[in-house]
Design a protein around this ligand. Structure first.
Ligand SMILES: [Zn+2]
Length: 285
């Protein structure tokens, strides 16, 4: 072998090694995705599992009592839900069940669908395809605010900023009636992003999983602040003028809308990094 050929052969060795490593990584990534699930669906599953775990991390879970759903990419209108009976901090990408809009389980154990969860979430997924994620919670704060006729009052900055996007839905009992779906959709309307479910809890929606989480977090903070602020302070509350309340409402409409400087969901990558720092990456399995 002449010197030039020997040099070329030596130079190719690191490239071959790098290609072999890349192939191995790709193989590993592929084998981590269960059979029958596309890479696009797997990405949604990972984000949704992260959302379940973050909801638990931020103290907004309620044992097995609520759900977060996400639309699966594609024309079938399938969506993902947690398997009933699992706590939020147990949810991983592969544990999520996939259902159609009629409530049939398409992927995962057939006996793990909670019908009440299906009713609330399918309402939005059937009616508004661009809303990728629907998040439902029962917290002390949002249920407490939902008990009051006046709902979320414009007493804190957070409450005022989300006024434009906040809606209400009256209680009809545990959600086992498919007829309620149309009323949930009508009450959310086209610009609604968060909803107080009176005497019950809260619902948020988003064009991404991160957006739905951000709305839920902000609504939760606003409810907590109201509950804390109104406790034992009768007659000692600073009420703001209607003009100022309207001004902050408009600031929120402009800033939190798509394209606004605090467009909901922009924090999602940072939230996922926090989750991985605190709880590792098992949500992606
Ligand atoms: Zn509920």
């Amino acid at each position: 072998m002449n010197a030039a050929r020997k040099t070329a052969k030596t130079a190719r060795k690191p490239a071959r090694k790098a290609q072999a490593v890349a192939r191995k990584i790709t193989r590993t990534a592929r084998t981590a995705i269960p059979r029958g699930i596309s890479p696009e669906e797997w990405k949604v599953r990972c984000d949704l599992a992260a959302c379940y775990q973050l909801t638990d991390l931020y103290g907004m879970s309620d044992l097995t009592g609520t759900h977060i759903s996400a639309r699966v990419p594609g024309p079938e209108h399938h969506f993902l839900l947690n398997p009933y009976g699992w706590l939020f901090d147990e949810i991983t990408a592969s544990s999520l069940i996939k259902v159609d809009v009629k409530g049939n389980v398409i992927w995962g154990p057939k006996d793990k669908l909670n019908f009440a969860g299906f009713v609330i979430h399918s309402a939005i997924h059937m009616a508004v395809p661009e809303l990728i994620c629907v998040m439902h919670s029962h917290t002390v704060a949002n249920a407490a605010v939902g008990m009051h006729k006046s709902g979320l009052q414009p007493l804190s900055q957070k409450a005022m900023l989300i006024q434009h996007f906040l809606r209400y839905h009256d209680y009809e009992g545990a959600a086992d009636n498919l007829q309620e779906r149309a009323r949930i959709v009508a009450n959310m309307g086209t610009e609604g992003r968060c909803m107080i479910l009176r005497n019950h809890g809260a619902l948020t929606v988003g064009r991404s999983i991160g957006e739905a989480f951000s709305w839920m977090y902000t609504l939760e903070m606003a409810c907590k602040q109201q509950v804390a602020g109104l406790t034992g302070t009768e007659g000692d509350i600073t009420e703001l003028s209607a003009e100022l309340v309207g001004h902050v409402r408009e600031q929120g409409r402009a800033g939190l809308s798509p394209g606004g400087h605090s467009e909901r969901g922009f924090e999602w990558p940072a939230l996922v990094r926090k989750l991985e720092r605190d709880r590792g990456t098992s949500y992606k399995t």
